[in-house]
Ligand binder design. Structure first.
Ligand SMILES: [Zn+2]
Length: 416
């Protein structure tokens, strides 16, 4: 049992949180200590307690390419990255580089993430070793990848992963066709005929105009309608980026209850454009937030990401993407895990230091979190009822070992 005493919540009220096992047992203004004599007590009187962030779109192992290739648009950047991946991605690299990503994510208050890459079993292993929740997705492309000879093999391996993690409480498996410009029609058909409506699908969609034009000439219709035609648009579909959608596409996404993942920093860095997420939210589309991979961001900081999300929309409207909404999309687990800061929910709790210089003075906790906080303010991270990070340090992970192994791999690529 863990008793977090006297924390401030996002609404500005004092609250105490009692955690039993992996769930939140009580959230109230005060929980009597006699109720929980065995509990580990955390005095949070100088802390803000929030529910953990979910990084809904990333490629964790790409920490290895952080800063290797900047300042290019998506297609030019991808051409460079695909070559690097063919040369350097293997099982060992994916484990250590994903583990580094997991450490970075936890230290920024993230308690779960959805990943698309190669050797995804290693991504799951690294996430579970650190303690994070994870949704993995073996990248499916219509050409050879570091992991698979072709799409069909990737599909088979995804089914193997699905079997392996079928009852896992903290790991789930999705099907991850990379995009409509890297997957051919016959492979989309194969995917559509092989999976069922309960299977999760994640895909990059309408990320930039070049992609949309490629899809239009290849399939004869806009990206969302292609997914609809192949029966791949439903409440278990997760669409990353969605920068260039027509109003009809937004309406269709809403009708099918598919989820959109907003990636503002990556969209800016790759010169892709600004997504109309406010319009989507107003129309009832479920929107999550993600950092994308480290090679196009170049960090995995969800506090920074939610600030970018809020600030970027102010180019259109100063009020709609307010601090609370930006925090809310960063905490949206997209239905994968029942995480929230309320009784009976899974216990992913993050404590943010209110003694930090940038937290003073404090009028509005959500404003602080969205516009002034940074990941250095994250003090404690509890995932699934377990303290993973405390007093800004990992409780049970050999951080030096992770750094050593990633540096060793990066040396081969030419790191300094
Ligand atoms: Zn991506």
């Amino acid at each position: 049992m863990i008793l977090i005493k006297n924390a401030l919540n996002l609404d500005g009220f004092r609250t105490s949180i009692l955690i039993e096992g992996n769930k939140i047992l009580k959230v109230q203004s005060d929980v009597a200590q006699e109720l929980s004599p065995q509990a580990t007590i955390i005095d949070a009187s100088n802390m803000l307690a929030i529910s953990g962030f979910f990084n809904a779109h990333t490629h964790a192992a790409m920490t290895i390419f952080r800063g290797y290739q900047d300042d290019l648009a998506l297609q030019d950047w991808l051409n460079k990255i695909f070559k690097l991946e063919a040369a350097y991605v293997d099982e060992t690299m994916v484990y250590w580089c994903s583990k580094l990503a997991c450490l970075e994510m936890v230290s920024c208050g993230t308690t779960g993430f959805m990943d698309m890459y190669f050797f995804e079993d290693q991504v799951a292993k690294s996430a579970l070793d650190v303690g994070l929740r994870v949704v993995i997705g073996e990248g499916l492309l219509s050409f050879q990848t570091p992991f698979c000879a072709d799409f069909k093999e990737g599909l088979k391996k995804t089914f193997d992963l699905k079997e392996k993690y079928k009852d896992h409480p903290k790991a789930k498996v999705s099907f991850a066709p990379h995009s409509l410009y890297t997957v051919e029609k016959n492979d989309l058909e194969l995917l559509s005929n092989t999976i069922d409506k309960n299977d999760f699908v994640q895909i990059h969609l309408a990320e930039n105009l070049t992609e949309v034009n490629t899809v239009l000439s290849k399939f004869g219709q806009p990206p969302t309608f292609v997914l609809e035609e192949f029966g791949l648009l439903n409440s278990n579909t997760y669409l990353a980026h969605c920068v260039h959608l027509t109003d009809d596409e937004i309406e269709l996404i809403q009708k099918r209850n598919a989820h959109v993942i907003h990636n503002p920093q990556s969209n800016m860095k790759l010169s892709s454009g600004i997504s109309s997420v406010c319009k989507m939210i107003q129309k009832g589309v479920d929107v999550c937030l993600g950092t994308d991979g480290c090679a196009s961001n170049n960090n995995l900081d969800m506090i920074e990401e939610l600030r970018s999300a809020a600030l970027l929309q102010k180019l259109f409207n100063p009020s709609y993407m307010n601090a609370k909404l930006a925090v809310r999309i960063a905490q949206n687990f997209g239905g994968f895990f029942d995480v929230a800061l309320s009784e009976g929910k899974l216990a992913d709790v993050v404590l943010i230091d209110l003694d930090a210089i940038e937290a003073i003075p404090l009028y509005n906790p959500a404003s602080f979190l969205a516009y002034a906080a940074n990941s250095k303010s994250v003090d404690t991270v509890i995932i699934d009822g377990k303290i993973i990070y405390k007093n800004k340090e990992f409780v049970d992970v050999d951080v030096q070992e992770v750094k050593f192994n990633v540096k060793k791999i990066a040396k081969k690529i030419g790191s300094l």
